[in-house]
Write a protein that binds this ligand. Sequence first.
Ligand code: NAP
Length: 282
Amino acid sequence: MGSMPEYDLLTTGQDESPRFSGGSCGYTRLDITDNDSVARLIDDFAPDVIINCAALTNVDQCEVNREACWNVNAVAVEHLAKCCLAKGIRLIQVSTDFVFDGASGPYKESARPNPINYYGRSKLAGENYARGAGTEKWAIVRTVLVYGAAENLSRSNFFLWVRDQLMAGKPIRVVNDQWRTPTYALDLANGIEQIIRYGRHGVFHVSGREYLTVHDFACQIAEALDLDRSLISATDSQTFKQTAARPAKTGFIILKAETELGYAPHSSSKAVEDLMHQLGNV
Ligand SMILES: NC(=O)c1ccc[n+]([C@@H]2O[C@H](COP(=O)([O-])OP(=O)(O)OC[C@H]3O[C@@H](n4cnc5c(N)ncnc54)[C@H](OP(=O)(O)O)[C@@H]3O)[C@@H](O)[C@H]2O)c1
Protein backbone atom coordinates (compact mmCIF):
# COMPACT_ATOMS: atom_id res chain seq x y z
CA MET A 1 0.00 0.00 0.00
CA GLY A 2 2.98 2.26 0.66
CA SER A 3 2.49 5.76 2.02
CA MET A 4 -0.88 7.27 1.22
CA PRO A 5 -0.85 11.06 1.52
CA GLU A 6 -4.47 11.23 0.35
CA TYR A 7 -5.67 9.67 3.62
CA ASP A 8 -5.58 11.14 7.12
CA LEU A 9 -5.07 8.04 9.20
CA LEU A 10 -5.52 7.72 12.94
CA THR A 11 -4.48 4.34 14.34
CA THR A 12 -5.76 2.90 17.60
CA GLY A 13 -4.84 -0.04 19.78
CA GLN A 14 -4.60 -1.18 23.35
CA ASP A 15 -0.91 -0.46 23.79
CA GLU A 16 0.31 2.61 25.67
CA SER A 17 2.34 3.75 22.68
CA PRO A 18 1.99 2.82 19.00
CA ARG A 19 3.73 -0.32 17.73
CA PHE A 20 4.33 1.18 14.31
CA SER A 21 4.44 4.66 12.90
CA GLY A 22 1.75 4.21 10.24
CA GLY A 23 -0.78 6.86 11.25
CA SER A 24 -0.36 10.27 9.63
CA CYS A 25 -2.71 11.59 12.34
CA GLY A 26 -1.01 9.72 15.14
CA TYR A 27 -2.17 7.08 17.54
CA THR A 28 -4.77 6.91 20.29
CA ARG A 29 -5.13 4.19 22.87
CA LEU A 30 -8.60 2.69 22.63
CA ASP A 31 -10.40 -0.32 24.07
CA ILE A 32 -13.14 -0.99 21.54
CA THR A 33 -15.37 -2.50 24.22
CA ASP A 34 -15.39 0.87 26.04
CA ASN A 35 -18.46 2.41 24.39
CA ASP A 36 -17.98 5.91 25.80
CA SER A 37 -14.37 6.15 24.65
CA VAL A 38 -15.30 4.83 21.20
CA ALA A 39 -18.12 7.38 20.84
CA ARG A 40 -15.90 10.21 22.10
CA LEU A 41 -13.08 9.39 19.70
CA ILE A 42 -15.51 9.19 16.78
CA ASP A 43 -16.89 12.62 17.77
CA ASP A 44 -13.40 14.11 18.06
CA PHE A 45 -11.80 12.67 14.94
CA ALA A 46 -14.96 12.60 12.78
CA PRO A 47 -13.70 9.88 10.41
CA ASP A 48 -15.22 9.13 7.00
CA VAL A 49 -14.30 5.45 7.33
CA ILE A 50 -13.55 3.10 10.21
CA ILE A 51 -11.59 -0.10 9.56
CA ASN A 52 -12.15 -2.51 12.43
CA CYS A 53 -9.30 -5.01 12.71
CA ALA A 54 -9.58 -5.41 16.48
CA ALA A 55 -10.58 -8.88 17.62
CA LEU A 56 -9.82 -11.67 20.01
CA THR A 57 -8.17 -14.03 17.55
CA ASN A 58 -6.81 -16.89 19.63
CA VAL A 59 -9.27 -19.54 18.49
CA ASP A 60 -8.62 -21.93 21.39
CA GLN A 61 -8.88 -19.19 24.01
CA CYS A 62 -12.12 -17.96 22.44
CA GLU A 63 -13.56 -21.44 22.93
CA VAL A 64 -13.09 -21.17 26.71
CA ASN A 65 -13.22 -17.41 27.39
CA ARG A 66 -16.49 -16.99 25.59
CA GLU A 67 -17.74 -13.83 27.22
CA ALA A 68 -14.56 -11.86 26.50
CA CYS A 69 -14.56 -13.17 22.93
CA TRP A 70 -18.19 -12.20 22.32
CA ASN A 71 -17.68 -8.74 23.85
CA VAL A 72 -14.82 -7.83 21.50
CA ASN A 73 -15.80 -9.71 18.34
CA ALA A 74 -19.54 -9.09 18.40
CA VAL A 75 -20.88 -6.60 21.00
CA ALA A 76 -18.21 -3.94 20.34
CA VAL A 77 -19.02 -4.12 16.61
CA GLU A 78 -22.72 -3.56 17.36
CA HIS A 79 -21.83 -0.33 19.13
CA LEU A 80 -19.35 0.71 16.45
CA ALA A 81 -21.99 0.18 13.77
CA LYS A 82 -24.51 2.27 15.76
CA CYS A 83 -22.01 5.13 15.98
CA CYS A 84 -21.36 4.84 12.24
CA LEU A 85 -25.08 4.85 11.45
CA ALA A 86 -25.62 7.97 13.56
CA LYS A 87 -22.79 9.86 11.81
CA GLY A 88 -22.94 8.47 8.26
CA ILE A 89 -19.52 6.83 8.62
CA ARG A 90 -18.51 3.83 6.50
CA LEU A 91 -17.56 0.73 8.48
CA ILE A 92 -15.15 -1.89 7.15
CA GLN A 93 -15.26 -4.99 9.30
CA VAL A 94 -12.40 -7.46 8.91
CA SER A 95 -13.66 -11.03 9.19
CA THR A 96 -12.58 -14.59 8.66
CA ASP A 97 -12.83 -17.85 6.73
CA PHE A 98 -13.74 -19.42 10.10
CA VAL A 99 -17.35 -18.29 9.58
CA PHE A 100 -17.53 -21.37 7.28
CA ASP A 101 -17.64 -25.02 8.34
CA GLY A 102 -14.90 -26.09 5.91
CA ALA A 103 -16.98 -28.83 4.29
CA SER A 104 -16.89 -27.37 0.79
CA GLY A 105 -14.25 -24.67 0.30
CA PRO A 106 -13.03 -22.67 -1.47
CA TYR A 107 -15.93 -20.33 -0.80
CA LYS A 108 -17.62 -17.50 -2.66
CA GLU A 109 -19.11 -14.52 -0.80
CA SER A 110 -22.59 -15.96 -1.36
CA ALA A 111 -21.80 -19.26 0.43
CA ARG A 112 -23.71 -19.94 3.61
CA PRO A 113 -21.72 -19.40 6.83
CA ASN A 114 -21.87 -22.19 9.40
CA PRO A 115 -19.15 -21.71 12.02
CA ILE A 116 -17.90 -24.78 13.88
CA ASN A 117 -16.14 -23.00 16.75
CA TYR A 118 -16.93 -20.12 19.10
CA TYR A 119 -14.46 -17.71 17.47
CA GLY A 120 -16.23 -18.24 14.14
CA ARG A 121 -19.64 -17.72 15.75
CA SER A 122 -18.52 -14.48 17.39
CA LYS A 123 -17.00 -13.20 14.12
CA LEU A 124 -20.18 -14.05 12.20
CA ALA A 125 -22.18 -12.12 14.80
CA GLY A 126 -19.71 -9.24 14.33
CA GLU A 127 -20.37 -9.34 10.58
CA ASN A 128 -24.10 -9.17 11.13
CA TYR A 129 -23.76 -6.26 13.55
CA ALA A 130 -21.48 -4.44 11.07
CA ARG A 131 -24.37 -4.43 8.59
CA GLY A 132 -26.13 -2.10 11.04
CA ALA A 133 -23.87 0.77 9.90
CA GLY A 134 -26.50 1.53 7.26
CA THR A 135 -27.32 0.66 3.68
CA GLU A 136 -24.28 1.01 1.42
CA LYS A 137 -22.18 2.02 4.44
CA TRP A 138 -20.82 -1.37 5.49
CA ALA A 139 -18.25 -3.69 4.00
CA ILE A 140 -17.19 -7.06 5.36
CA VAL A 141 -13.71 -8.13 4.31
CA ARG A 142 -13.15 -11.81 4.98
CA THR A 143 -9.60 -13.04 4.86
CA VAL A 144 -7.61 -16.27 5.40
CA LEU A 145 -4.31 -17.27 7.08
CA VAL A 146 -2.65 -13.86 6.93
CA TYR A 147 1.15 -13.63 6.87
CA GLY A 148 3.67 -10.86 6.60
CA ALA A 149 6.33 -8.91 8.40
CA ALA A 150 6.34 -5.50 10.06
CA GLU A 151 8.23 -3.61 12.68
CA ASN A 152 7.50 -4.44 16.30
CA LEU A 153 4.78 -7.08 15.80
CA SER A 154 2.90 -8.12 18.92
CA ARG A 155 2.34 -11.62 17.53
CA SER A 156 4.02 -13.93 15.09
CA ASN A 157 2.28 -15.41 12.06
CA PHE A 158 2.57 -18.66 10.14
CA PHE A 159 5.30 -17.46 7.78
CA LEU A 160 7.50 -16.07 10.55
CA TRP A 161 6.89 -19.10 12.76
CA VAL A 162 7.95 -21.55 10.04
CA ARG A 163 10.98 -19.44 9.19
CA ASP A 164 12.08 -19.01 12.83
CA GLN A 165 11.65 -22.69 13.71
CA LEU A 166 13.50 -23.94 10.64
CA MET A 167 16.27 -21.38 11.01
CA ALA A 168 16.73 -22.64 14.58
CA GLY A 169 16.88 -26.20 13.22
CA LYS A 170 13.71 -27.18 15.09
CA PRO A 171 11.35 -29.78 13.62
CA ILE A 172 7.71 -28.74 13.18
CA ARG A 173 4.48 -30.64 12.62
CA VAL A 174 1.95 -29.10 10.28
CA VAL A 175 -1.52 -30.30 9.33
CA ASN A 176 -2.05 -31.68 5.84
CA ASP A 177 -5.84 -31.86 5.95
CA GLN A 178 -6.64 -28.16 6.27
CA TRP A 179 -6.86 -26.28 3.01
CA ARG A 180 -6.46 -22.51 2.77
CA THR A 181 -5.73 -19.62 0.39
CA PRO A 182 -3.00 -17.86 2.46
CA THR A 183 -3.03 -14.08 2.34
CA TYR A 184 -0.08 -11.72 2.18
CA ALA A 185 -0.89 -8.88 4.61
CA LEU A 186 0.05 -6.23 2.03
CA ASP A 187 -2.55 -7.66 -0.38
CA LEU A 188 -5.21 -7.53 2.33
CA ALA A 189 -4.33 -3.89 3.00
CA ASN A 190 -4.53 -3.14 -0.72
CA GLY A 191 -7.93 -4.85 -0.97
CA ILE A 192 -9.28 -2.76 1.89
CA GLU A 193 -7.87 0.42 0.36
CA GLN A 194 -9.56 -0.41 -2.96
CA ILE A 195 -12.91 -0.84 -1.19
CA ILE A 196 -12.48 2.61 0.34
CA ARG A 197 -11.26 4.23 -2.89
CA TYR A 198 -14.06 2.83 -5.05
CA GLY A 199 -16.76 3.38 -2.41
CA ARG A 200 -17.77 -0.28 -2.44
CA HIS A 201 -19.99 -2.03 0.08
CA GLY A 202 -21.04 -5.61 0.74
CA VAL A 203 -19.05 -8.76 1.44
CA PHE A 204 -15.62 -9.30 -0.14
CA HIS A 205 -13.34 -12.31 0.00
CA VAL A 206 -9.79 -10.98 0.05
CA SER A 207 -7.06 -13.61 0.16
CA GLY A 208 -4.31 -15.15 -1.91
CA ARG A 209 -5.20 -17.10 -5.04
CA GLU A 210 -3.36 -20.35 -4.38
CA TYR A 211 -5.32 -23.16 -2.74
CA LEU A 212 -3.14 -25.51 -0.73
CA THR A 213 -2.82 -27.36 2.56
CA VAL A 214 -1.14 -25.67 5.49
CA HIS A 215 1.56 -28.34 5.28
CA ASP A 216 2.21 -27.58 1.61
CA PHE A 217 2.36 -23.88 2.43
CA ALA A 218 5.02 -24.56 5.09
CA CYS A 219 7.04 -26.57 2.54
CA GLN A 220 6.72 -23.74 0.01
CA ILE A 221 8.07 -21.27 2.58
CA ALA A 222 10.98 -23.61 3.41
CA GLU A 223 11.87 -23.96 -0.25
CA ALA A 224 11.62 -20.24 -0.98
CA LEU A 225 13.87 -19.45 1.98
CA ASP A 226 16.21 -22.34 1.19
CA LEU A 227 15.62 -23.88 4.61
CA ASP A 228 15.57 -27.56 5.51
CA ARG A 229 12.22 -28.89 4.35
CA SER A 230 12.86 -32.26 5.99
CA LEU A 231 12.27 -30.60 9.38
CA ILE A 232 8.58 -30.30 8.45
CA SER A 233 6.45 -33.36 9.10
CA ALA A 234 2.84 -33.78 8.12
CA THR A 235 0.18 -34.45 10.71
CA ASP A 236 -3.61 -34.43 10.57
CA SER A 237 -6.31 -32.75 12.60
CA GLN A 238 -7.16 -36.04 14.37
CA THR A 239 -3.62 -36.41 15.72
CA PHE A 240 -3.07 -32.72 16.36
CA LYS A 241 -5.64 -32.11 19.10
CA GLN A 242 -6.66 -28.51 19.74
CA THR A 243 -9.34 -27.08 22.05
CA ALA A 244 -11.42 -25.60 19.24
CA ALA A 245 -12.30 -27.41 16.02
CA ARG A 246 -10.75 -26.02 12.83
CA PRO A 247 -12.66 -26.05 9.53
CA ALA A 248 -11.02 -28.43 7.03
CA LYS A 249 -11.42 -26.84 3.62
CA THR A 250 -11.88 -23.08 3.71
CA GLY A 251 -10.04 -20.77 1.33
CA PHE A 252 -11.73 -18.29 -0.96
CA ILE A 253 -12.75 -17.70 -4.52
CA ILE A 254 -11.62 -14.10 -5.00
CA LEU A 255 -13.20 -13.38 -8.37
CA LYS A 256 -15.52 -10.69 -6.96
CA ALA A 257 -12.60 -8.72 -5.49
CA GLU A 258 -10.61 -9.18 -8.69
CA THR A 259 -13.38 -7.96 -10.96
CA GLU A 260 -15.04 -5.31 -8.77
CA LEU A 261 -11.96 -3.90 -7.05
CA GLY A 262 -9.13 -4.72 -9.42
CA TYR A 263 -7.65 -6.72 -6.57
CA ALA A 264 -4.51 -8.52 -7.76
CA PRO A 265 -2.72 -10.43 -5.00
CA HIS A 266 0.94 -11.44 -5.17
CA SER A 267 1.64 -15.07 -5.94
CA SER A 268 2.95 -16.74 -2.80
CA SER A 269 6.44 -17.03 -4.28
CA LYS A 270 6.46 -13.29 -5.06
CA ALA A 271 5.14 -12.50 -1.58
CA VAL A 272 7.87 -14.58 0.05
CA GLU A 273 10.47 -12.86 -2.14
CA ASP A 274 9.09 -9.49 -1.01
CA LEU A 275 9.26 -10.58 2.61
CA MET A 276 12.83 -11.79 2.23
CA HIS A 277 13.78 -8.30 1.08
CA GLN A 278 11.97 -6.77 4.05
CA LEU A 279 13.63 -9.14 6.47
CA GLY A 280 17.04 -8.63 4.94
CA ASN A 281 17.43 -12.29 3.92
CA VAL A 282 18.60 -11.45 0.41
N1 NAP B 1 -4.37 -13.56 11.02
C1 NAP B 1 -5.18 -14.31 10.31
O1 NAP B 1 -4.78 -15.35 9.75
C2 NAP B 1 -6.62 -13.91 10.11
C3 NAP B 1 -7.42 -14.70 9.29
C4 NAP B 1 -8.74 -14.34 9.10
C5 NAP B 1 -9.24 -13.20 9.69
N2 NAP B 1 -8.46 -12.44 10.51
C6 NAP B 1 -9.05 -11.23 11.11
O2 NAP B 1 -8.14 -10.16 10.93
C7 NAP B 1 -8.29 -9.23 12.00
C8 NAP B 1 -6.92 -8.94 12.59
O3 NAP B 1 -6.41 -10.14 13.13
P1 NAP B 1 -4.87 -10.41 13.44
O4 NAP B 1 -4.52 -11.69 12.85
O5 NAP B 1 -4.07 -9.19 13.14
O6 NAP B 1 -4.95 -10.69 14.99
P2 NAP B 1 -4.26 -9.99 16.23
O7 NAP B 1 -2.80 -9.87 15.98
O8 NAP B 1 -4.74 -10.74 17.42
O9 NAP B 1 -4.87 -8.54 16.19
C9 NAP B 1 -6.05 -8.21 16.82
C10 NAP B 1 -5.81 -6.91 17.53
O10 NAP B 1 -7.02 -6.57 18.23
C11 NAP B 1 -6.62 -5.99 19.42
N3 NAP B 1 -7.68 -6.00 20.42
C12 NAP B 1 -8.17 -7.08 21.09
N4 NAP B 1 -9.12 -6.66 21.96
C13 NAP B 1 -9.21 -5.33 21.82
C14 NAP B 1 -9.99 -4.33 22.46
N5 NAP B 1 -10.88 -4.63 23.40
N6 NAP B 1 -9.82 -3.06 22.09
C15 NAP B 1 -8.91 -2.74 21.12
N7 NAP B 1 -8.15 -3.61 20.49
C16 NAP B 1 -8.30 -4.90 20.84
C17 NAP B 1 -5.43 -6.80 19.87
O11 NAP B 1 -4.71 -6.09 20.83
P3 NAP B 1 -3.69 -6.83 21.83
O12 NAP B 1 -2.49 -7.14 21.01
O13 NAP B 1 -3.44 -5.81 22.88
O14 NAP B 1 -4.40 -8.04 22.32
C18 NAP B 1 -4.69 -6.98 18.57
O15 NAP B 1 -3.81 -5.90 18.35
C19 NAP B 1 -9.27 -9.87 12.99
O16 NAP B 1 -10.55 -9.33 12.74
C20 NAP B 1 -9.27 -11.35 12.60
O17 NAP B 1 -10.49 -11.95 12.93
C21 NAP B 1 -7.15 -12.76 10.71
